[in-house]
Design a protein around this ligand. Structure first.
Ligand code: HEM
Length: 250
């Protein structure tokens, strides 16, 4: 049976997406202000998130619903390890520390994996569809803002088996089809949408916590200037602005 979960998720999280992309952290990114220490801290915190998510997705590989959105080609843990070696050195494991907001996010992933594993769908959707979409323009911004050696420093946004825009687009299509084909019990779609909104909130909290150091690094004046500029909304097709164009160019 085919549902419309993919478009319901997209519509149902539009506001949360706008809030997340309008965090000062992301706005700095989009305006070409990428501060290396803050970026590596983001990578480190995402490492904790993806490690938890991917361990649980793997653990539920035989689950009739969760198994369908496993998509190992999208998994980020190994790529994040490459970035961590690059930014912190071989002893990165001893150096990275999770933020409070990250610990809350990780705990939520493990909690639902135990109590209601179907909700893992929401967390996978928010991260992987994001990496395949806006993540690609963020990659461009990071690479042009900080001088990175070829092939280093942005593995987070790179997919070994999806190297072209067409391949990533096709994968998004496959992902949406998988979402629409999930054998869900009635009414569970709304629970997944609610959890996806919560996942956006958890991501937003991390970005917000990272802003403390970012603000200190770039200076309060620059930071406040960026925050004061008008909001954007990338998932609203009628709105044309720089970040949309960057992704559309994909
Ligand atoms: C500056 C930051 C961001 C930009 C510029 C951005 C941009 C975009 C764009 C252009 C799309 C594609 C919309 C389309 O297909 O028409 C997209 C989709 C998406 N983004 Fe973002 N995004 C950002 C941040 C985030 C964050 C922080 C998250 C969550 C952690 C996220 C999650 C998603 C998801 C789940 C989708 C897929 C929506 C769907 O088609 O179902 N994005 N983003």
């Amino acid at each position: 049976m085919i549902s419309d979960l993919a478009s319901r998720l997209r519509e149902g999280t539009k506001k949360s997406h706008t809030v997340a992309e309008n965090t000062a952290f992301m706005q700095c990114f989009l305006k070409g202000i990428v501060e290396k220490q803050s970026f590596r801290a983001l990578i480190a915190n995402l490492y904790f998130i993806y490690s938890a998510l991917e361990v649980e997705l793997q653990h539920h590989i035989a689950h009739p619903v969760v198994g369908m959105i496993g998509f190992p080609e999208l998994h980020r843990q190994k790529n994040l390890e490459k970035d961590l070696v690059f930014y912190y050195g071989e002893d990165w494991r001893q150096q990275i520390v999770a933020l409070n907001s990250t610990n809350t996010y990780v705990a939520r992933i493990h909690e639902i994996a135990k109590t209601e594993p179907v909700l893992l769908v929401a967390h996978a959707y928010v991260r992987y569809m994001g990496d395949l979409s806006g993540g690609q323009s963020l990659r461009t911004m990071v690479r042009s803002a900080i001088q990175l050696p070829v092939d280093r420093g942005t593995a987070l946004y790179e997919f070994d088996t999806l190297t072209t825009a067409e391949a990533r687009k096709a994968c998004k299509g496959k992902y949406r089809h998988a979402l629409n084909s999930l054998p869900l019990e009635e009414d569970f779609s709304q629970r997944i949408i609610d959890e996806a909104n919560y996942a956006f909130q958890l991501n937003h909290n991390i970005l917000h916590e990272l802003e403390i150091d970012l603000k200190a690094a770039i200076g309060e004046d620059v930071f406040n200037l960026i925050v004061s500029q008008h909001n954007i909304n990338s998932t609203n097709n009628s709105n044309h602005h720089a970040s949309v164009n960057l992704v559309a160019a994909e």
